[in-house]
Design a protein around this ligand. Structure first.
Ligand SMILES: Nc1ncnc2c1ncn2[C@@H]1O[C@H](COP(=O)(O)OP(=O)(O)O)[C@@H](O)[C@H]1O
Ligand SMILES: [Mg+2]
Length: 245
Protein backbone atom coordinates (compact mmCIF):
# COMPACT_ATOMS: atom_id res chain seq x y z
CA UNK A 1 0.00 0.00 0.00
CA UNK A 2 1.39 3.39 -0.92
CA UNK A 3 1.02 5.93 1.82
CA UNK A 4 1.14 9.65 1.38
CA UNK A 5 3.54 11.35 3.71
CA UNK A 6 4.62 14.89 4.08
CA UNK A 7 7.83 15.59 5.92
CA UNK A 8 9.40 18.97 6.22
CA UNK A 9 7.42 20.35 3.30
CA UNK A 10 8.59 17.67 0.87
CA UNK A 11 5.80 15.49 -0.43
CA UNK A 12 6.59 11.89 -1.16
CA UNK A 13 4.97 8.51 -1.39
CA UNK A 14 6.62 5.90 0.73
CA UNK A 15 5.82 2.20 0.36
CA UNK A 16 4.79 0.53 3.60
CA UNK A 17 7.15 -2.26 4.55
CA UNK A 18 5.76 -5.75 4.13
CA UNK A 19 6.37 -6.95 7.64
CA UNK A 20 3.62 -4.79 9.20
CA UNK A 21 0.63 -7.06 9.74
CA UNK A 22 -2.76 -5.62 8.86
CA UNK A 23 -5.03 -5.39 11.88
CA UNK A 24 -8.47 -6.89 11.51
CA UNK A 25 -11.62 -6.54 13.56
CA UNK A 26 -11.71 -9.11 16.37
CA UNK A 27 -13.69 -12.23 15.35
CA UNK A 28 -16.79 -11.52 17.50
CA UNK A 29 -17.36 -8.06 15.97
CA UNK A 30 -18.72 -7.01 12.60
CA UNK A 31 -18.18 -3.38 13.55
CA UNK A 32 -16.37 -1.79 16.49
CA UNK A 33 -17.33 1.30 18.46
CA UNK A 34 -14.48 2.93 20.36
CA UNK A 35 -15.45 5.60 22.89
CA UNK A 36 -12.68 8.02 23.86
CA UNK A 37 -13.59 8.99 27.40
CA UNK A 38 -11.82 10.80 30.21
CA UNK A 39 -12.89 13.02 33.04
CA UNK A 40 -9.93 15.29 32.38
CA UNK A 41 -9.27 17.57 29.41
CA UNK A 42 -5.89 17.44 27.74
CA UNK A 43 -5.33 13.75 28.38
CA UNK A 44 -5.10 12.88 24.67
CA UNK A 45 -8.62 11.69 23.79
CA UNK A 46 -8.68 13.54 20.46
CA UNK A 47 -5.04 12.83 19.61
CA UNK A 48 -5.35 9.10 20.21
CA UNK A 49 -8.86 8.96 18.73
CA UNK A 50 -7.72 10.52 15.46
CA UNK A 51 -4.54 8.46 15.29
CA UNK A 52 -6.28 5.17 16.06
CA UNK A 53 -8.88 6.01 13.40
CA UNK A 54 -6.14 6.57 10.81
CA UNK A 55 -4.34 3.36 11.78
CA UNK A 56 -7.61 1.41 11.44
CA UNK A 57 -8.24 3.13 8.10
CA UNK A 58 -4.82 2.24 6.65
CA UNK A 59 -5.52 -1.33 7.78
CA UNK A 60 -8.58 -1.31 5.54
CA UNK A 61 -11.41 -0.62 8.01
CA UNK A 62 -14.13 1.79 6.89
CA UNK A 63 -13.68 4.44 9.55
CA UNK A 64 -15.69 7.33 10.92
CA UNK A 65 -15.07 9.71 13.82
CA UNK A 66 -17.96 11.39 15.62
CA UNK A 67 -16.77 14.59 17.26
CA UNK A 68 -19.07 15.33 20.20
CA UNK A 69 -16.81 18.03 21.70
CA UNK A 70 -18.69 20.70 19.75
CA UNK A 71 -20.77 22.67 22.18
CA UNK A 72 -20.30 26.12 23.64
CA UNK A 73 -17.14 28.14 24.03
CA UNK A 74 -15.30 25.20 25.54
CA UNK A 75 -16.10 22.86 22.60
CA UNK A 76 -12.67 22.06 21.18
CA UNK A 77 -13.89 20.48 17.92
CA UNK A 78 -10.41 18.96 17.59
CA UNK A 79 -11.50 16.22 15.18
CA UNK A 80 -13.55 18.65 13.05
CA UNK A 81 -10.55 20.96 12.76
CA UNK A 82 -8.31 18.02 11.87
CA UNK A 83 -10.80 16.95 9.18
CA UNK A 84 -10.67 20.43 7.66
CA UNK A 85 -6.89 20.22 7.35
CA UNK A 86 -7.16 16.72 5.92
CA UNK A 87 -9.78 17.36 3.28
CA UNK A 88 -11.96 14.53 2.01
CA UNK A 89 -9.53 11.69 2.34
CA UNK A 90 -10.63 8.34 3.64
CA UNK A 91 -11.52 8.89 7.28
CA UNK A 92 -14.97 10.46 7.61
CA UNK A 93 -15.50 12.96 10.43
CA UNK A 94 -18.93 14.18 11.52
CA UNK A 95 -20.31 16.32 14.34
CA UNK A 96 -22.68 14.56 16.71
CA UNK A 97 -24.33 15.28 20.03
CA UNK A 98 -23.41 12.86 22.77
CA UNK A 99 -27.03 12.60 23.94
CA UNK A 100 -28.04 11.56 20.40
CA UNK A 101 -25.12 9.30 19.70
CA UNK A 102 -27.49 6.32 19.25
CA UNK A 103 -28.83 7.92 16.05
CA UNK A 104 -25.32 8.68 14.81
CA UNK A 105 -24.26 5.08 15.39
CA UNK A 106 -27.31 3.77 13.50
CA UNK A 107 -26.45 6.03 10.59
CA UNK A 108 -22.84 4.79 10.58
CA UNK A 109 -23.96 1.17 10.68
CA UNK A 110 -26.38 1.69 7.82
CA UNK A 111 -23.57 3.21 5.80
CA UNK A 112 -21.26 0.28 6.34
CA UNK A 113 -18.69 1.83 8.69
CA UNK A 114 -16.79 -0.88 10.57
CA UNK A 115 -14.67 1.28 12.90
CA UNK A 116 -16.53 4.04 14.72
CA UNK A 117 -14.64 6.41 17.02
CA UNK A 118 -16.55 8.71 19.37
CA UNK A 119 -14.49 11.63 20.68
CA UNK A 120 -15.97 13.29 23.76
CA UNK A 121 -15.48 16.52 25.69
CA UNK A 122 -14.77 14.70 28.93
CA UNK A 123 -17.13 16.82 31.03
CA UNK A 124 -20.52 15.32 30.33
CA UNK A 125 -20.50 12.21 32.52
CA UNK A 126 -24.25 11.60 32.02
CA UNK A 127 -23.89 11.62 28.24
CA UNK A 128 -20.81 9.47 28.53
CA UNK A 129 -22.70 6.87 30.53
CA UNK A 130 -25.27 6.49 27.74
CA UNK A 131 -22.55 6.29 25.06
CA UNK A 132 -20.64 3.79 27.15
CA UNK A 133 -23.54 1.37 27.05
CA UNK A 134 -23.58 1.51 23.25
CA UNK A 135 -19.81 1.27 22.79
CA UNK A 136 -17.68 -1.85 22.46
CA UNK A 137 -14.79 -0.33 24.38
CA UNK A 138 -13.98 2.85 26.25
CA UNK A 139 -10.40 4.05 26.13
CA UNK A 140 -9.21 6.55 28.72
CA UNK A 141 -5.82 8.10 27.97
CA UNK A 142 -4.04 9.19 31.10
CA UNK A 143 -0.57 10.39 31.95
CA UNK A 144 1.79 8.69 34.35
CA UNK A 145 1.42 11.37 37.01
CA UNK A 146 -0.24 11.53 40.43
CA UNK A 147 -2.72 14.24 39.43
CA UNK A 148 -3.83 12.36 36.32
CA UNK A 149 -4.20 9.18 38.33
CA UNK A 150 -6.49 11.00 40.77
CA UNK A 151 -8.40 12.61 37.92
CA UNK A 152 -9.58 9.23 36.59
CA UNK A 153 -11.87 8.78 39.60
CA UNK A 154 -15.13 9.84 37.87
CA UNK A 155 -14.30 7.52 34.97
CA UNK A 156 -13.68 4.64 37.36
CA UNK A 157 -17.11 5.27 38.87
CA UNK A 158 -18.56 4.86 35.36
CA UNK A 159 -16.72 1.55 34.95
CA UNK A 160 -18.48 0.29 38.04
CA UNK A 161 -21.94 0.78 36.52
CA UNK A 162 -21.31 -0.56 33.02
CA UNK A 163 -20.43 -3.92 31.51
CA UNK A 164 -18.64 -2.34 28.54
CA UNK A 165 -14.93 -3.15 28.72
CA UNK A 166 -12.85 -0.07 29.53
CA UNK A 167 -9.19 0.57 30.07
CA UNK A 168 -6.65 3.24 30.74
CA UNK A 169 -3.93 3.73 28.13
CA UNK A 170 -0.86 5.49 29.43
CA UNK A 171 -0.23 8.48 27.19
CA UNK A 172 2.60 11.02 26.99
CA UNK A 173 5.00 8.56 28.51
CA UNK A 174 8.52 9.97 28.62
CA UNK A 175 10.69 7.33 27.10
CA UNK A 176 13.71 7.34 29.38
CA UNK A 177 11.77 6.76 32.56
CA UNK A 178 10.73 3.11 32.31
CA UNK A 179 10.72 2.31 36.05
CA UNK A 180 8.36 5.25 36.54
CA UNK A 181 6.13 3.91 33.78
CA UNK A 182 6.03 0.50 35.47
CA UNK A 183 5.25 2.18 38.77
CA UNK A 184 2.25 3.94 37.22
CA UNK A 185 1.09 0.82 35.40
CA UNK A 186 0.90 -0.82 38.83
CA UNK A 187 -0.86 2.20 40.37
CA UNK A 188 -3.45 2.36 37.57
CA UNK A 189 -3.88 -1.43 37.66
CA UNK A 190 -4.82 -1.17 41.35
CA UNK A 191 -7.71 1.07 40.29
CA UNK A 192 -8.83 -1.02 37.30
CA UNK A 193 -7.56 -2.00 33.89
CA UNK A 194 -4.54 -0.58 32.11
CA UNK A 195 -3.62 -1.74 28.61
CA UNK A 196 -0.18 -3.20 27.89
CA UNK A 197 0.50 -0.55 25.22
CA UNK A 198 2.08 2.80 26.04
CA UNK A 199 2.07 5.94 23.97
CA UNK A 200 5.15 8.13 24.12
CA UNK A 201 5.20 11.88 24.26
CA UNK A 202 6.32 12.58 20.72
CA UNK A 203 6.35 15.55 18.37
CA UNK A 204 5.11 13.33 15.52
CA UNK A 205 1.67 13.17 17.16
CA UNK A 206 1.48 16.97 17.07
CA UNK A 207 3.04 17.31 13.61
CA UNK A 208 0.74 14.70 12.05
CA UNK A 209 -2.29 16.41 13.62
CA UNK A 210 -1.22 19.76 12.16
CA UNK A 211 -1.21 18.21 8.68
CA UNK A 212 -4.53 16.43 8.93
CA UNK A 213 -2.79 13.07 9.14
CA UNK A 214 -2.30 10.28 11.64
CA UNK A 215 1.17 9.03 12.53
CA UNK A 216 0.53 5.81 10.54
CA UNK A 217 0.37 7.97 7.41
CA UNK A 218 2.81 10.70 8.36
CA UNK A 219 5.63 8.37 9.42
CA UNK A 220 4.66 4.82 8.50
CA UNK A 221 6.68 2.10 10.26
CA UNK A 222 8.12 4.64 12.67
CA UNK A 223 7.66 4.40 16.43
CA UNK A 224 4.33 6.29 16.57
CA UNK A 225 2.85 4.01 13.90
CA UNK A 226 4.03 0.99 15.89
CA UNK A 227 2.55 2.43 19.09
CA UNK A 228 -0.83 2.98 17.43
CA UNK A 229 -0.81 -0.55 15.97
CA UNK A 230 0.05 -1.99 19.38
CA UNK A 231 -2.65 0.05 21.06
CA UNK A 232 -5.33 -0.89 18.51
CA UNK A 233 -4.31 -4.55 18.75
CA UNK A 234 -4.48 -4.39 22.56
CA UNK A 235 -7.95 -2.79 22.46
CA UNK A 236 -9.27 -5.43 20.05
CA UNK A 237 -7.71 -8.27 22.06
CA UNK A 238 -9.18 -7.02 25.34
CA UNK A 239 -12.65 -6.51 23.81
CA UNK A 240 -12.55 -9.98 22.27
CA UNK A 241 -11.43 -11.55 25.54
CA UNK A 242 -14.23 -9.85 27.46
CA UNK A 243 -16.84 -10.82 24.87
CA UNK A 244 -15.71 -14.43 24.94
CA UNK A 245 -15.76 -14.55 28.76
N1 LIG B 1 1.35 11.24 22.79
C1 LIG B 1 1.44 12.55 22.69
N2 LIG B 1 2.63 13.14 22.39
C2 LIG B 1 2.72 14.48 22.31
N3 LIG B 1 1.72 15.33 22.53
C3 LIG B 1 0.52 14.81 22.83
C4 LIG B 1 0.29 13.40 22.93
N4 LIG B 1 -1.00 13.20 23.26
C5 LIG B 1 -1.58 14.41 23.35
N5 LIG B 1 -0.66 15.39 23.10
C6 LIG B 1 -0.88 16.86 23.16
O1 LIG B 1 -1.54 17.14 24.39
C7 LIG B 1 -2.54 18.14 24.22
C8 LIG B 1 -3.92 17.61 24.63
O2 LIG B 1 -4.28 16.54 23.76
P1 LIG B 1 -5.78 16.36 23.26
O3 LIG B 1 -5.77 15.20 22.34
O4 LIG B 1 -6.35 17.65 22.77
O5 LIG B 1 -6.48 15.95 24.63
P2 LIG B 1 -8.07 15.88 24.97
O6 LIG B 1 -8.78 15.61 23.70
O7 LIG B 1 -8.18 14.76 25.96
O8 LIG B 1 -8.45 17.19 25.59
C9 LIG B 1 -2.46 18.56 22.78
O9 LIG B 1 -1.61 19.67 22.71
C10 LIG B 1 -1.82 17.37 22.08
O10 LIG B 1 -1.09 17.74 20.95
MG1 LIG C 1 -10.31 16.62 22.75
Amino acid sequence: MAVYINQGGQDSVMPRSHDTKPIQLPPSFNRFILLMGASKGGSGKSTLGVNLAVTAYVCGLKTIIFDTDIEGDSGQQSCMRWAKLRGADGVVVRRARLERIDEAILWAERNGFTFIVIDTPGRDMAGMKQALNLADFMLTPSQPSPLDLQATEPIRRLWAVSTTPSSIALNMVIRDTLPRTRHYVARYAEQGAVLPAFVGRRVQYMDAMERGLGVSEYMPDDIGDREMRQLLTAIFAEAQKRKAA
